[in-house]
Design a protein around this ligand. Sequence first.
Ligand code: NAD
Length: 261
Amino acid sequence: MKRFDGQTVFVTGGNKGIGHGIATRFAAEGARVAIAAIDSDTPQVASRLAGETGAEVIGLQLDVTDAAAVAAAYDEVEARLGAISVSVQNAGVITIAKIEDLTEREWDLNLDVNTKGVFLCCREAILRFRANGIKGRLVNTASGQARQGFIYTPHYAASKFGVVGLTQSLAKEVAGEGITVNAICPGIIHTEMWDYNDRVWGKMLGNYGPGELMDEWVRGIPMRRAGTPAEVGALVAFLASDDAAYITGQTINVDGGLIMS
Ligand SMILES: NC(=O)c1ccc[n+]([C@@H]2O[C@H](COP(=O)([O-])OP(=O)(O)OC[C@H]3O[C@@H](n4cnc5c(N)ncnc54)[C@H](O)[C@@H]3O)[C@@H](O)[C@H]2O)c1
């Protein structure tokens, strides 16, 4: 008997990076998994993950900022895999810019994907938990930048602080129904997003060569290494498990000790 046998888990941004680590963990632990992401390769990634794990995995191309598309995606997943009991709001974007160059478009993109996307998916999931009488689990991906804003990313930091506020408020609203809502704060996890950070922040902060900024920041982590998507997946699976039934409204760092608050 595996921990998530018979459960349907929905993971946004599940086709790569941290989200793929989360989806892989749930698939390995017996869940039926739906990954939804903006990238067109998402269905192919899902088929590959199904082949690797033996789990039922489906992939949907979805823009989490589109409310109607989000509702349709939850409908499709429930029709194909059964009632959802865990929804992981992980899709995210980052851009890096000095304030004089930071456009309204960039501001809106970060807030739309990282904060509004979490709201839309949480709302959809809660409506379905209620309709199906499920004490469901919501896990929202925030960031170390939900603890402290880093330089040249006020829009990203605002979007991630927003995730924490949204998580706490929702947790209070649905606690009486046995639904939990928690947030996670990854630190430095080597994904495509960090390749972008390394390149762009590196140039803006002092002409670092490829990988050099990441190496420098990793030296500042007490555990002296970057984290992996699998390590984030382990935390998310814990928060979605029976062992975490009495944990709600919390924001938990998974960062090797980078931030201790
Ligand atoms: N990598 C890190 O060090 C780090 C640290 C802290 C927080 N995070 C957060 O973790 C999450 C995953 O980041 P990652 O590093 O795996 O990044 P990534 O760039 O590897 O993956 C981002 C994912 O988000 C999806 N996505 C982007 N815009 C979308 C949209 N509009 N609709 C649906 N899906 C969309 C992409 O398809 C992709 O699956 C993000 O929320 C990010 O902010 C990452």
